[in-house]
Write a protein of this length. Structure first.
Ligand SMILES: C[S@@+](CC[C@H](N)C(=O)[O-])C[C@H]1O[C@@H](n2cnc3c(N)ncnc32)[C@H](O)[C@@H]1O
Length: 230
């Protein structure tokens, strides 16, 4: 995938594959289709610091809270495949369930991390360039801080985060400054709850897309999809 410079100076997503097969991204509508520039490494460092602070506050709050909460919510296959076809293929998903084989579509990325064998937060650096991140929602600030650090480091990364549509949260304000594109779900995604063996519509969802500072705004329409990020 790449950005194509249109005649009027705006930028939009395009890939060779998409020219041949226009993408189906029915689940989502764009709120911000594309920013005009990729953020600087300094902007990602700033977001990292701000999210780190928010993560500390969130951790302190969650210590005070009682009750059980599960972070095991699986992206349904149709939604996952749609994102994979539009943005992927993925090099990395840094947080998947340990019994991932039950949901084979989650094994699409070249690398996946699952506790207890591999810890996506502790793994440093994250391998690959195209990253899908649907983090534990009890720790959005922490995981997105980690993601910001990876983006700041360079390596021509492209990251898509699937997050709850909690636009009143501090993390949304921080991420909104550095996301190149933002989309919202049409209706609620029925994530799979393995513990209860059911699907459940949670809140609405957001997709936040981030281009690393050294990715640039490639404008060669002859690039192949694989070459678009090279
Ligand atoms: C919201 S679920 C998303 C799972 C999958 N990425 C998807 O989209 O269906 C978050 C996942 O992160 C896993 N997880 C939590 N902490 C982790 C860690 N430190 N390293 C790797 N995975 C972790 C949880 O087990 C859970 O499966």
């Amino acid at each position: 995938m790449t950005f194509i410079d249109t005649n009027n100076g705006s930028l939009r997503f395009e890939s060779q594959a998409q020219v041949v097969n226009p993408p189906r991204i029915e689940t989502w509508f764009w709120i911000r289709e594309s920013a005009s520039v990729t953020p600087t490494a300094a902007a990602f460092h700033k977001a990292f610091a701000q999210l780190g602070h928010l993560a500390e506050l969130a951790a302190a709050r969650s210590k005070q809270r009682q009750g059980s909460y599960s972070d095991e919510w699986i992206t349904p296959e149709a939604v996952y495949r749609e994102l994979e076809a539009f943005f992927g293929p993925w090099d990395l998903d840094p947080c998947v369930p340990s019994d991932c084989g039950q949901w084979p579509w989650l094994l699409g990325p070249k690398t996946v991390y699952a506790l207890p064998d591999s810890d996506g937060l502790a793994s440093d650096p994250w391998p690959g360039r195209t990253i899908f991140l649907n983090p534990p929602y009890s720790q959005v600030e922490l995981w997105m801080a980690r993601a910001m650090l990876e983006l700041a480091r360079g390596g021509r990364r492209f990251l898509v985060a699937l997050l709850p549509a909690s636009v009143d949260r501090g993390w949304f304000e921080v991420l909104g400054r550095v996301a190149t594109s933002i989309a919202a779900s049409r209706g609620r995604i029925r994530f799979i709850d393995p513990a209860q063996g059911r699907t459940a519509p949670r809140a609405g969802s957001l997709l936040l897309c981030f281009h690393g500072p050294d990715l640039g705004l490639a404008i060669d329409p002859n690039e192949t999809k694989e070459g678009a990020l090279s």
